[in-house]
Design a protein around this ligand. Sequence first.
Ligand code: NIG
Ligand code: FE
Length: 404
Amino acid sequence: MRTLWRHARIATLAGPRGWGLVERGALLADGDTIAWLGDEAALPAGLRADEEHELGGALVTPGLIDCHTHLVYAGNRAQEFELRLQGASYEAIAQAGGGIRSTVAATRAASDDELHALALQRALALRAEGVTVVEIKSGYGLTPHDEARLLRCARRVGADAGMTVRTTYLAAHAVPLEYEGRADDYVDALIAWLPALHAEGLVDAVDAFCERIAFSPAQTRRVFDAAQRLNLPVKLHAEQLSDSGGTALAASYRALSCDHLEHLSPTGIAAMAAAGTVAVLLPGAYYHLRDTAPPPVAALRAAGVPMAVATDHNPGSSPTLAPLLMLNMACALFGLTPEEALRGMTANAARALGLAARHGTLEAGKRCDFAVFALDHPRELAYGFGLGRPCTRVVCGGRALETR
Ligand code: NIG
Ligand code: FE
């Protein structure tokens, strides 16, 4: 099946910088892959398509890639938000048994069908904003049975939403109640669960939360060693609340990404630059936790560390399903340019998931994932906030999906 889309302003994001604009562009898909893209006037003569679509000059971008989410869970933490507004800190709430543990309790109590319905609705909300690829972490099960449930749910959501889902094993998210005071035993346990989950095809990468209230660098290292034994790439929730040195550790394992990074040091930046690790910036969590120390964007830029932007959708620190708002916040709160922000949710997000060979830019040979927006210029994606839904169409693997 060959499908041709014509008369679009295409922001390809191809190449290391710039929007890669094709002013009056056309794009031909052969099955799930882009066969040809360029100026409509240069369309090869005699080119035949089974279907043709006129886009009326609309803006086309690569499908957005949300490279950091915790989409599968039950319940919400609105009450903790109230407590935080009254002065309680995220850390204090976690230490008092709330935080991640309270979502773990609600998630364990939910049925597979309940979790699926919740997660699917969230994935469809992201898709309606232009997202075609979403990373989904486990981490609210924290038993072998419940972590498997979350990861299977993530796979099922991808199939049902027609989106590409990458799963990340994040059992090292918090020490569950039943292991209270025995964090090292819990790390042994979660390491022992991994091979079976991997054998079932449920794990694309391994993540951990390296922080005072979660796991130490030594414990994180053990998790990474287990991933490495299975040839699985690693990622890390690093330097979010304090500088624990997790970033340099992750870079020594050639981590795909380090995420959050509000307290990242120059040593960490140098280690990421040397390892080619992507910095995933999460302005939603920064905003919702009312953090005041933004990640060191100017230094990351100067060091040539690729920057990505994601929603970090989760019920505790970033209850948002608004990726375009995250583009705006990445500019307004962190100082990214609109082009860096969009690159952060396309080309660099693909790198953060190890998917750059097929995803993240619009070029012949890449997967035909794109979003159509009722906008004139790609800079408008990061400009407005809450302006409604500019995305009018999402194409995933050459197939048009409903967005409204
Ligand atoms: O990315 N920092 C750890 N994990 C999540 C928050 C999880 C939660 O509070 O439920 C994050 O911010
Ligand atoms: Fe997160």
